[in-house]
Design a binder for this molecule. Structure first.
Ligand code: 2AM
Ligand code: CA
Length: 269
């Protein structure tokens, strides 16, 4: 058995490393990036994604040698289950934004113990805005405590949704989400899942829907959203698999069931 974890120590170090990594990324804007595509031309990775992940891995390995790391760029451990303490890291979430726009990308880190979310950080690097939570102690936006989410009516809701999901695509029939898009007050798409989840936690978005995310995209967001009383499941309302890919429906709790019953799992067809 591992030693009892000192969570305030983990939190303090993680916060310091995230700020430091963010500063390095901001300074990289003046140097030339090396950009490559991974699985497809729109799946980008840069030297900064790789270097940032390696930075976290060396810090974690030196300070917390018993902890394991699941990182998007693959420099961490081969993690297939969440026993012990596992850091789930996306060094740059929203790489396309990082490359094309130099804004709206984030460092996302969720720290789990035996599958339970303990600490979540989403750092909007350019805005220097840190969303963070320790399980059971509430969620914060920088030093401000975030209030619990208030109920909202569907026709007054703003949802985060990429236009991909209401045009022909491989993962969902566009006619499923189109009526929801018509019903709500507005839609937004920021191009970083972590930032969109942070926005659900602050109430700037009332929901966020996307069809395929990996653990590093949502591990931190799940912890932060649950701390403000929000709900995050797959689009069908099933629990999220933390070591696999999932559709994601993160939502103000007052809307969650209503949207799934009336728009996703409609029984009228
Ligand atoms: P990334 O920038 O870390 O790759 C874009 O809509 C959002 O979806 C970003 O958060 C992006 O994360 C994520 N994303 C892009 N391609 C993905 C893929 N193939 N699988 C899972 N998530 C992806
Ligand atoms: Ca990434």
């Amino acid at each position: 058995m591992g030693a009892i974890t000192d969570w305030s120590k983990v939190y303090t170090y993680a916060k310091e490393w995230i700020k430091e990594a963010g500063s390095t990324i901001r300074n990289s804007f003046s140097t030339e990036l090396m950009i490559q595509s991974k699985s497809s031309p729109d799946d980008l990775v840069t030297n900064m994604d790789r270097e940032t992940e390696q930075y976290f891995i060396s810090k974690i390995n030196n300070t917390f040698p018993e902890h394991r790391i699941l990182g998007e760029e693959g420099f961490g451990d081969n993690v297939t289950s969440l026993e012990g303490v596992v850091w789930i890291i996306d060094p740059i979430d929203g790489t396309m934004n990082f490359v094309h726009q130099q804004r709206n990308f984030a460092i996302s880190i969720g720290i789990y113990e035996d599958g339970i979310g303990k600490i979540g950080f989403i750092y909007d690097v350019v805005s220097d805005e840190l969303y963070h939570a320790i399980k059971g102690q509430g969620a914060y936006f920088n030093d401000e405590k975030l209030p619990k989410l208030e109920p909202v009516k569907i026709e007054e809701a703003i949802i985060g949704l990429n236009a991909t999901w209401v045009t022909e695509n491989r993962r969902i029939d566009p006619s499923v989400l189109a009526p929801l898009v018509k019903k709500v007050r507005g839609t937004r798409s920021y191009g970083s899942a972590a930032i969109e989840l942070a926005y659900v936690a602050t109430g700037r978005l009332n929901a966020y829907i996307t069809m395929r995310l990996s653990p590093w995209d949502f591990a931190a967001g799940l912890i932060i959203i649950e701390e403000v009383g929000g709900k995050m499941t797959t689009l069908q309302g099933e629990p999220i698999n933390l070591v696999g890919q999932n559709s994601i429906f993160a939502c103000n709790a007052s809307l969650h069931k209503q949207v799934i019953q009336n728009y996703i799992n409609r029984d009228d067809e």
